[in-house]
Write a protein that binds this ligand. Structure first.
Ligand code: ATR
Length: 293
């Protein structure tokens, strides 16, 4: 990264990211890049906030005059319950990753993950509207993606998950979504335009490692040139799944895009200004490279 560090003064607006553990969060780096690119006198700091203290942290926003709050594990559900109002995604998911302080002092909770994922597809030139989608995984990320793809106009979404009950639950988030048993994954993948891995499978796995081929959420034989394959794992950036997708001639979309775009939406919600995602992505890539040197 270039440029001199932002000079923090008593006039600087402070945003917070809260969670536990929070020390590995990329949010401060992403938001610092956004604030710098926009020329805003803002900064973000991370606060280690334990489960059960989410509501107190939200209440402290007003007392401290924080400009905004990002929320990560394990606080997303308790913060969703603590805010005064919720956007449609946060209400549907009962999960909040962004808190905005309204001019009247009330708090509004948002969930920008799913829409951030859709933004990452659009940036890659892929519009999921009208597509048939396989979503693998039904955790917090998977649920947000099912919700957002449904709102964006996906034609059909099939959710498969190691644990079937969670897939059924996630499929309730969109009228176009259904659940299928994990044993049907190859058949479902064959009929899909877009395949999304929302599980942690592949995280930290070097595609050139001897046992790497087994570390994929969908059998690689199911991948074909007509597919768009997206992974939400971003370490490594080129996961085993994305390498296999590329080898099959498919279009691949990496997981850093979702992280960057959900953060860009947070910055817009807090500051009213739309940052350049490319500047944020460059900062995140530099940070990840420094961490994994
Ligand atoms: P996140 O908020 O990142 O989505 P999560 O809520 O813990 O994290 O969800 C993790 C998802 O990855 C779940 O769908 C989980 O499957 P289960 O519901 O069966 O637990 C999935 N997952 C994690 N490890 C997995 C593995 N080794 N194989 C298959 N699925 C896995």
């Amino acid at each position: 990264m270039t440029g001199s560090p932002h000079r923090i003064t008593a006039a600087t607006t402070v945003a917070a990211v809260i969670g536990s553990p929070v020390r590995h969060s990329l949010s401060p780096v992403l938001q610092a890049a956004a604030f710098a690119q926009l020329g805003l006198d803002w900064t973000m700091v991370a606060f280690e906030v334990a489960a059960g203290d989410g509501a107190a942290a939200v209440a402290a926003m007003g007392a401290l005059g924080l400009g905004g709050m990002a929320v990560t594990m394990p606080l997303k559900a308790e913060v969703a319950a603590a805010v005064d109002e919720r956007d449609p995604a946060a209400a549907a998911l009962r999960s909040v990753n962004t808190v905005v302080r309204l001019p009247d002092g009330r708090t509004r909770g948002m969930s920008t993950d799913g829409d951030g994922f859709v933004d990452s597809l659009l940036t890659a030139g892929v519009d999921p509207a009208g597509m048939t989608v396989l979503v693998i995984g039904a955790g917090g990320a998977g649920r947000s993606i099912v919700d957002a793809l449904g709102r964006r106009g996906a034609a059909a979404i099939t959710v498969v998950n190691r644990t079937d009950t969670a897939a059924v639950e996630a499929a309730r988030l969109s009228p176009v979504a259904t659940a299928a048993p994990i044993g049907d994954i190859v058949g479902v993948a064959g009929g899909a335009d877009l395949i999304v891995n929302t599980t942690s499978v592949g995280m930290g796995v070097d595609p050139s490692a001897p046992d790497a081929a087994a570390q994929v959420a969908v059998p690689v034989e199911a991948l074909a040139a007509h597919h768009v394959v997206a992974d939400i794992v971003y370490h490594p950036l080129r996961t085993v799944l994305l390498e296999a997708a590329a080898a099959a001639g498919a279009t691949s979309v990496d997981g850093l895009g979702m992280l960057v775009h959900q953060a860009a939406r947070q910055c817009l919600a807090w500051t009213g200004e739309r940052p350049d995602p490319a500047a944020m992505r460059a900062a995140a890539e530099a940070e990840l490279a420094a961490r994994h040197r």
